[in-house]
Write a protein that binds this ligand. Structure first.
Ligand SMILES: [Fe+2]
Ligand SMILES: [Fe+2]
Length: 374
């Protein structure tokens, strides 16, 4: 990225105008496809020696035995009562958003607040689904572009995992959430386009396996802890088992690649990681919901940016996997700590010493646990 562009991004990280500049991603709502040029060569390798990268080989073997079937391992007969599980308002949120006269949502009735809860759920699940399709496409691209046979093997299992993930979120939205699908969020969509269109194969890993999937793993974990709905809980737990492997795949692969990179190349990766982090934070402004409810979107974005610290906990927790993994890859402190400074600016540096995800997948493997218990 040109230095003026990155300086602009740093200077406007917490400004509503920058976030509002990107107000629409799916401009053609009647189209069912979205095409992106992927600028990549398909790479064949003639070195078929399995296990020359032992940790990737271990991951591949693990993936083969941890496959689950969305149709037979989940109980789709469970009835979901939307009112019951979308209606658990946080008193701190109510005080800030519904009871404060400065809030664009001031005076909102309990009934409308419940609607916000239900719409937020549909919005979140929709964005998960779109993000999962992004992962499906990116990982298929990795199968083509990565030059190592162990990585091609592993990535092929991830393609299958991601197909299942898109499948379960689509089915849940269709059968349990009245088909309430939101279009791809503007910030998420642009991020996915950037990742897919970059020609460098390590950027696919950084954007998808480290940033998008790192955030997804944290977000699924948060929703898993807080929801009482049994089908969603089980579904998320299975998806998390897979996601932990996917993030490990990114960490293990990039550790090797980055070891040979120049400081200029590392700096480009740091900038890419920062831009991705900002886009992912911005997507949680949920612009599409406010637009749908007829709320002033710009005011709402500004009001959300000024949330008191106690309401920012969820936003920050979303980075609890990304920051330690960036540290493990050496991205945090390279170049005089450039990325450390950026993560400090957006208030997420406190996670740097949390567990990284290079081997967490073994603890999170729900499928293996279920089979042991049978
Ligand atoms: Fe996934
Ligand atoms: Fe994934």
């Amino acid at each position: 990225m040109a230095s003026t562009e990155i300086d602009h991004l740093i200077g406007t990280a917490n400004e509503a105008d920058r976030i509002m500049e990107i107000s629409e991603f799916n401009s053609d709502v009647s189209s069912t496809i979205h095409a992106v040029e992927d600028h990549a060569e398909a790479i064949f390798t003639w070195d078929y020696e399995k296990g020359s990268r032992p940790r990737l080989d271990t991951l591949y073997e693990k993936a083969k035995t941890s496959q689950w079937n969305a149709q037979t391992d989940l109980d789709w007969s469970i009835e979901v009562d939307l009112d019951e599980f979308a209606n658990e308002p946080d008193p701190l949120e109510i005080a800030y958003y519904a009871e404060s006269p400065e809030s664009p949502l001031y005076g909102m009735s309990d009934e409308n607040w419940r609607e916000v809860g239900i719409e937020s759920l549909k919005w979140s699940m929709s964005q998960f689904m779109h993000g999962e399709q992004g992962a499906l496409v990116c990982t298929a691209k990795i199968v083509e572009t990565v030059p190592w046979i162990d990585a091609k093997y592993y990535a092929a299992t991830q393609v299958m995992d991601e197909a299942r993930h898109v499948e379960v979120f689509a089915q849940y939205l269709d059968q349990k959430l009245d088909g309430g699908i939101y279009p791809c969020n503007t910030h998420l969509g642009l991020l996915l386009d950037d990742i897919v269109s970059d020609s460098r194969w390590d950027m696919t890993y950084l954007g998808m396996q480290i940033m998008v999937e790192g955030l997804a793993l944290a977000a699924f974990g948060f929703m898993y802890q807080t929801t009482k709905e049994p089908l969603l809980k089980k579904l998320l737990r299975y998806v998390m088992s897979d996601e932990a492997r996917h993030v490990a795949f990114g960490v293990l692969s990039l550790q090797e690649v980055y070891a040979s990179f120049s400081s200029a190349e590392i700096r480009e990766r740091q900038e890419f990681a920062f831009e991705a982090a900002l886009r992912m934070r911005d997507r949680f402004m949920r612009q599409e919901i406010w637009e749908g409810l007829g709320v002033d979107v710009r005011k709402m974005v500004e009001y959300q940016l000024n949330e008191p610290p106690e309401l920012k906990v969820f936003q920050q927790l979303l980075f609890s996997k990304i920051v330690p993994n960036c540290k493990k890859l050496g991205l945090l402190d390279a170049g005089d700590g450039w990325l450390r400074d950026r993560f400090t600016d957006i208030g997420v540096i406190q996670f740097e010493d949390w567990a990284d995800t290079a081997s967490e997948y073994e603890d999170l493997d729900e499928v293996a646990k279920d089979r042991t218990n049978v």
